[in-house]
Design a protein around this ligand. Structure first.
Ligand code: ZN
Length: 284
């Protein structure tokens, strides 16, 4: 295995808005949470949000934050929710389990509901179940006044139908949330922005054969862009193929700065501001 390429930080600050740090792949590769957070801190990553995809990983995300928040000076946050892959697991007990965690949302540092959405690429849960569970969690987020983390893959038509309907009914809050790892067309991405979404970019924006994501990034206003790694997956160039960690998120930011033709510092400042507003973080 080749040696990882380390990001040389010149003082910029980053927020990885999406990293599954409880994923068992890290332990399998002998990478400890302390290592991940030290590497992140060395690269200037000061904040990380850990998203969930089931009740089980919601509990994992909350415990990870409890155990490691502040380690190497990195502030941790999390989200809770049921991913479209896990939609079949949805029932009243799961919903109550999530609500139980959210009841202590300040102490648990829960900043969003997610990942929720539709995934017609894998179809791990039947599509009608995915749609029902997505809509229920959208309404739950609205009732609880929390932003969402949207996962949408090859399901833009149905996702947009649901979102447009709730938007028109006044059931989406002003800061709806983030379209994570956005693979939509530039037109759909702009419609999401008009609905109040931030757009999340990660490793794929750096992949040579990917023409759509840079086009989306070029058309979306800088004020609506956030960066993420989706660790442990989707490692950006130059280390595509290695296990992904938050310390790689600056490579995503560099690519965005290039596309927007601005300096790394300008991009870093704007994207940090956006990430704090997305997750409604006001402290320090
Ligand atoms: Zn994810």
């Amino acid at each position: 295995m080749k040696d990882p390429i380390r990001y040389i930080n010149s003082g910029y600050r980053f927020f990885d808005t999406h990293a599954h740090l409880y994923d068992e792949r890290f332990a399998q590769e002998g990478i400890r949470p302390e290592d991940i957070l030290r590497n992140a801190s060395d690269a200037g990553v000061q904040r990380i949000l850990i998203p969930a995809d089931s009740l089980e990983t919601s509990l994992s995300a909350v415990s990870f934050v409890k155990a490691y928040d502040g380690c190497s000076g990195v502030a941790l946050y999390c989200s809770v929710g049921v991913h479209p892959h896990e939609a079949s697991s949805w029932n009243d007990d799961v919903r109550d389990g999530l609500l139980e965690l959210i009841r202590d949302r300040t102490a648990n540092k829960i900043r969003a509901i997610g990942e929720i959405g539709l995934d017609y690429h894998y179809d791990f849960s039947p599509r009608d179940v995915q749609r029902k569970v997505f809509e229920e969690q959208l309404l739950m987020a609205y009732e609880l006044d929390m932003p969402i983390i949207l996962h949408e893959r090859e399901a833009a038509g149905d996702s947009m139908d649901i979102l447009r309907r709730l938007y028109k009914a006044g059931k989406l809050r002003g800061n709806v949330g983030v379209c994570h790892c956005c693979s939509a067309s530039p037109e759909i991405a702009m419609e999401l922005v008009r609905m109040g979404f931030y757009i999340g970019f990660d490793g794929p924006i750096t992949f040579k054969n990917n023409k759509n994501t840079p086009a989306v990034c070029a058309s979306v206003p800088l004020e609506r862009i956030v960066i993420e790694t989706d660790s442990p997956y989707l490692t950006p160039v130059p280390d595509r193929g290695l296990i992904n960690e938050p310390c790689y998120v600056p490579f995503v930011l560099e690519k965005i700065a290039q596309i927007k033709e601005i300096t790394t510092g300008e991009a870093a400042d704007a994207v940090m501001r956006n990430s704090l507003s997305l997750y409604e973080i006001t402290e320090g």
